[in-house]
Design a protein around this ligand. Structure first.
Ligand code: SF4
Ligand code: MSK
Length: 654
């Protein structure tokens, strides 16, 4: 490659991603003549009508395209207005996101029941304390009950999350009373996920619900059936079965690959298969097999959300987020990439073919043309995991590709939960959210932000996440993270207590006293439900209002891309949180539907949506909202304090 071309190559890879390891692999892929998603995303010219949700293909009289620049000039063939079209499109996105999380949650519930009934023997109940706590939280009497009996009772109750056709979902009881009352008053209290998704899909059929206000009610109900439904069931039962995470030091970035080991990457969202792989790679038989082929061992690594979950629970190294899943195979060092559900790009198959990597699908819901399918079954995990390991070990023994592994590795502390935040701030004997609230009231912590979600090749990978979080903590906003965003910040070195000096003086003071990072990683994207519980605990601790909408908190998915992200965003809005999305938003400004989402919902007592691409501006919007809530709570004056004296320090530490 000529020098000019080399410089250009370097320059454009830096434009695509802030992750240096991914830059290195993208440059190599180009040299190798392999096209990655990061370049495909840049080259794809999005449809200007679709990007603003101004088209409808809900029947075959269309597709109907309206003009986003003059949205009220025309209507669809059936007469649908721009507001109906945008509301229906958004509704279907939320339905898909909610269905994904509930399908995941229902599988986790089935696994839990299978263990309790003795049909699944390779997994067990790890955290019986949490089992009791969760059962109690939804009104199940726990005294004198054995683990199996209590577990089965919890199963029967949580089954309603999915199958209820009337009544209320069990976990909504965990929301603040005032938040629940709002949902009841407006008729948006979720019943069961299946009925909510079904009704939403039915209402968006041609000629059904054609009032965006009325559609919004069912959108809200369906989104709540995600956050307080399937996502929360998945998180809480996974903790009970596999162990509730607590802070753990783990390595992140592509440097976790080892040239002299058999490298197996697991990428997806379901923890069971990953847990099964973890057991299998520690089997002496496979370690011996790997050694016989000249490897020093088997190196099990996570990516994306199941990776974040396994890192939080067991400290399994993590190689990167959604934006790096194709790039990592360019190393030539991946002997097998094992995938399950959600956010698995079809493009992985072609990259795997180019680098002679095994791409193995394991879930009946998610096959990929060109990949090998080896089905994972909860009752017989080894049948799947052992075949995968045999393939990976064989590939190691006959590696033909040149290996190039980026050197970047960052250490970080992961595995925070709402339970651990309570313990960390409140101490062993009086675990409580009161110290967090006190620090918010006294102004050391200005507020709390959830920064979560995906990466999207429409924007420079990781850069919006990192710049936004940098700005938030600088302004004393404590940041909670999940999913691919957490990995972006981990790679940038923010998930360590040593990052405290990057925070403003108040937040830094709290972090240094407690020994925590200013950015707390809570796990995968279903684990956003941990943020809902943390917010509810803040309300319960007192002093910050009666509902989640009263709290000085805000949320953001700065590089979002998935329908799940829209469902998550809307369940936060529906729970009372101001939620800003980066990249763009599928609606047209100054339309009635847009105004409802970005303003009207807040007037009805919910949170509201915001959209902005620039990270500093996003931070400004979130901080302005936090300050508005502080003012409404009458605690805006306390921020004027700037010095923390020794007696304050003692109060904080006690
Ligand atoms: Fe067009 Fe109405 Fe059919 Fe949508 S439902 S494609 S707007 S005719
Ligand atoms: S994996 S939904 S890219 S966070 Fe949960 Fe990451 Fe977004 Fe998928």
């Amino acid at each position: 490659m000529a020098k000019d071309d080399k410089d250009k190559n370097l320059e454009t890879v830096q434009e695509r991603t802030a992750c240096e390891a991914t830059q290195q692999m993208l440059a190599k892929a180009r040299r190798d003549g392999v096209k990655l998603d990061l370049d495909r995303g840049f080259e794809m010219k999005a449809c200007p009508i679709g990007v603003e949700s101004a088209c409808c293909k809900n029947c075959f009289m269309g597709p109907c395209r309206l003009n986003p620049r003059d949205p009220y000039k025309k209507v669809g063939v059936c007469g649908a207005t721009i507001d109906t079209i945008m509301a229906r499109n958004f509704a279907r996105n939320v339905a898909a996101g909610c269905a994904s999380h509930n399908d995941h949650g229902r599988h986790i519930l089935g696994l839990f029941r299978g263990i309790l009934e003795g049909k699944i023997k390779d997994f067990r109940i790890e955290d019986t304390q949490k089992l009791e706590k969760i059962a109690k939280s939804i009104g199940i009497e726990v005294e004198g009950k054995e683990v199996v009996a209590l577990g089965l009772e919890l199963c029967d109750e949580l089954e309603k999350t999915f199958s209820n056709v009337d009544g209320e979902m069990p976990f909504v009881k965990r929301a603040p009373k005032a938040t629940q009352e709002l949902w009841r008053k407006d008729g948006v209290m979720p019943r069961g996920a299946m009925v909510e998704v079904m009704e939403l899909m039915s209402r968006t059929h041609i000629g059904c619900d054609q009032d965006y206000n009325n559609l919004m009610k069912q959108i809200t109900r369906t989104a709540l059936a995600d956050g307080w439904g399937g996502s929360m069931v998945a998180t809480e039962l996974s903790d009970i079965m596999f162990g509730t995470p607590s802070p753990i030091l783990a390595d992140v970035n592509m440097g976790v690959l080892k040239e002299d080991h058999v490298n197996v990457i697991v990428h997806g969202h379901e923890p069971a298969m990953f847990e099964g792989m973890l057991a299998a790679v520690n089997d002496p038989f496979f370690i011996e097999e790997a050694r016989a082929k000249g490897a020093k061992g088997i190196n099990l690594i996570g990516m994306c959300c199941s990776g974040a979950e396994m890192m939080s629970r067991h400290g399994v190294p993590h190689a990167g987020n959604f934006g790096s899943t194709e790039a990592i195979m360019v190393t030539g060092a991946v002997d097998a990439m094992v995938v399950d559900i959600q956010c698995i790009k079809q493009g992985l198959a072609e990259v795997a073919r180019c680098y002679d990597t095994h791409l193995i699908t394991t879930n009946p819901r998610a096959h990929i043309e060109g990949a090998t399918h080896i089905e994972f079954e909860d009752h017989d995990p080894r049948k799947c995991t052992d075949q995968i390991l045999a393939k990976a070990i064989t590939r190691f023994g006959s590696r033909s590709m040149p290996i190039e592994i980026p050197r970047q590795i960052q250490k970080g502390v992961h595995g925070f939960t709402h339970e651990y935040i309570e313990y960390m701030l409140g101490g062993t004997f009086r675990g409580s959210y009161s110290p967090l609230n006190d620090n918010i009231i006294n102004g050391r912590i200005r507020g709390v932000a959830g920064v979560v979600g995906c990466t999207n090749p429409k924007v420079r990978q990781d850069s919006v996440h990192v710049e936004l979080v940098r700005e938030l903590i600088k302004n004393d906003v404590l940041v909670l993270q999940t999913g691919c965003s957490q990995i972006a910040l981990a790679k940038a070195g923010f998930l360590v207590p040593e990052a405290a000096p990057l925070a403003g003086p108040g937040l830094a003071e709290v972090c240094e006293t407690v020994g925590m990072p200013p950015v707390l990683g809570l796990g995968s994207c279903v684990d956003n439900s941990r943020i809902l519980i943390a917010a509810s605990a803040m309300v319960a601790a007192g002093g910050l209002g009666n509902s989640i909408a009263d709290l000085p908190v805000a949320g953001c998915a700065p590089e979002w891309m998935s329908e799940k992200a829209l469902a998550i965003g809307h369940y936060f809005v529906a729970s009372g949180v101001y939620t800003v999305f980066g990249v763009g938003f599928p609606s047209i400004k100054d339309t009635k539907f847009h105004d409802l989402m970005f303003d009207g919902l807040e007037k009805q007592g919910y949170g509201k949506w915001g959209v902005e691409k620039d990270p500093i501006e996003i931070a400004r919007m979130m901080i302005a909202h936090i300050d508005k809530k502080r003012k409404e709570l009458g605690i805006d004056k306390t921020r004027e304090r700037t010095l923390v004296d020794m007696s304050d320090r003692r109060d904080l530490a006690s």
